[in-house]
Design a protein around this ligand. Sequence first.
Ligand code: F6P
Length: 364
Amino acid sequence: MARKLKRIAILTGGGDCPGINAVIRAVAKKAIVEHDATVIGIEDGYEGLVKGRHRRLHYDDVSGILTLGGTILGTSNTANPYRYPVRTRRGLQFRDMSAVALDNARQLDMDCLVCIGGDGTLDTASRLSREGVAIVGIPKTIDNDLRGTDVTFGFDSAVHIATEGIDRLHSTAQSHHRVMVVEVMGRNAGWIALHSGVAGGGDIILIPEIPYDADVVADKVKERNRRGKRFSIVVVAEGAKPRGGDVVIQRIVKKSTDPVRLGGIGFVLAAQIEKITSIETRAVVMGHLQRGGSPTPYDRILATRLGTTAVDMVRDRQLGQMVGVKGDSLVGVPLEEVARGPRTVPPDHPLIRAARAIGTCFGD
Ligand code: F6P
């Protein structure tokens, strides 16, 4: 007889993204329907694990959330148990609260903790797993920058939103003969810019993996003008940087283990393009719009597959692993492999080659 699970906990960490609730629903429903298990939701990511804040999730709690944005459990991208931020009279300090987190995990007496997160969350999951917590990870991030998986859920939704933004900006660019610079998210990886740029017909796509030259960008705009195309669309990743230069930082979140928040390159670049070309250039930052709202059908399906497979991995004691997408299959990938740093866009990626073949400029 197949092994039955008794108790499973779910935690969502890092930035929110479309599809998290669809994963929570898939994990919880399968655990309840197939195993009659008790499902516990940890609140606000690792903050809830450190503070012992959790609640039971009944079938009805996870019903009707497939299309809902955000996470019904809440999240935190600063509550790393190994470097936990605490406000003291002497200012912000960091404490190792991992012993408390481990103790709380033990008290939950669960078959497994399912951690839904990006690199930060899964890096912590990897450490907790090495210290004895039974963990299965699920790859979540709009950035699509996780190792060990072809794709993360949330990425398709973000690309969809960014592409719609680019489509809409074409109207003003065309009517007013302007250059529109669209800044998209992605941290130090250019996946969102590349995919939305190609899907939205961007004339120039700038990604962190290919440092750009502002003069090359301006030349492309001028060349288009000479050919009668009196507008241009530039899609720039927030982590893009000029050759020999650096990224633009929007803010430093001191509490965060990864404190740098990128943003603002769109405005810098727009000013440069306008100065060199004398063509009116405006910048739009897509920002957190890319993380909000309902997941695409692709992400809903992926979320459902990832969540249900995670429960099978718990049943089969494939612990300390993340569910990774490899072609058409879902496979277990050791969490250590995932924690080995971001997966960026190879500069010779087939989509870059295809875009170059139709005349798209990458600023190099
Ligand atoms: O990792 C997802 C992401 O949206 C990145 O694309 C972006 O750089 C970052 O999170 C923004 O983080 P925050 O919401 O903390 O500003």
